[in-house]
Design a binder for this molecule. Structure first.
Ligand code: FMN
Length: 190
């Protein structure tokens, strides 16, 4: 079951905008992050939900997509995610934002896997304008945005493929099918 979900869970960069992700769905995803392992069980994160048309239009231009496909406009016009979850840390209470970076990945995966299980899709976005996201979302000065996760109803085909000649960069074919090369198990286990 879980392994099937890992096979299905691909980073999505084209969404059906007709599907509006609800606040309740986003809370359900964050609830999985809440239950995730946490170093020393500190749980330093808070989660800013973005789902109104006004805030979506402010956040979307501040996110960077598919640096591995230069020249491609992703998401395409009219195919944007209909929600974002911004993982934040109160740096006054929990120290510098570099302190819990491992925890960030764990919580982000919990959120994305739950989205996948709910029939939705996501994409972690590390490439975003930190200062501007901070400001457009009206975050307090001591609250730092660490990672953005786009969420929506996926509207593209993604397939896992083998790594050939050490090439791990993702690519698309003429039908816009997105291929994600994953290294072979025999190459990574020793
Ligand atoms: C920490 C992290 C940051 C990422 N940042 C971006 C990003 O800024 N923009 C983007 O389009 N994809 C981003 N991705 C998605 C990766 O490109 C994607 O996970 C990778 O190509 C493998 O594809 P898969 O998730 O479908 O297995 C990020 C992934 C991770 C784990």
């Amino acid at each position: 079951m879980l392994k099937e979900l890992f096979l299905k869970n691909r980073s999505c960069r084209t969404y059906d905008e007709n599907y509006k992700v609800s606040r309740e769905e986003l809370c359900d995803m964050v609830d999985c992050a809440r239950l995730a392992p946490a170093s020393m069980n500190v749980q330093p994160f808070c989660y800013r939900l973005v789902y109104t048309p006004e805030e979506l239009s402010l956040v979307q231009p501040l996110t960077g997509w598919a640096a591995g496909l230069p020249g491609m406009k992703l998401p395409p016009e009219g195919k944007c995610p209909t929600a974002f979850i911004v993982i934040c840390q109160d740096t006054e209470q929990f120290g510098p934002q570099e302190r819990f970076l491992k925890d960030v990945g764990i919580c982000a995966l919990a959120i994305q896997m739950r989205a996948c299980e709910m029939g939705l899709a996501g994409c972690m976005i590390g490439s975003f304008d930190r200062r501007k996201i901070h400001d457009v979302l009206g975050l307090a000065e001591n609250v730092a945005p660490l990672l953005v996760i786009a969420i929506g109803k996926g509207d593209e085909e993604c397939r896992i493929t083998e790594v050939k000649d050490g090439q791990t960069r993702y690519f698309r074919d003429e039908n816009n099918v997105h291929y994600v090369p994953k290294r072979a198990l025999s190459d990574i286990v020793f």
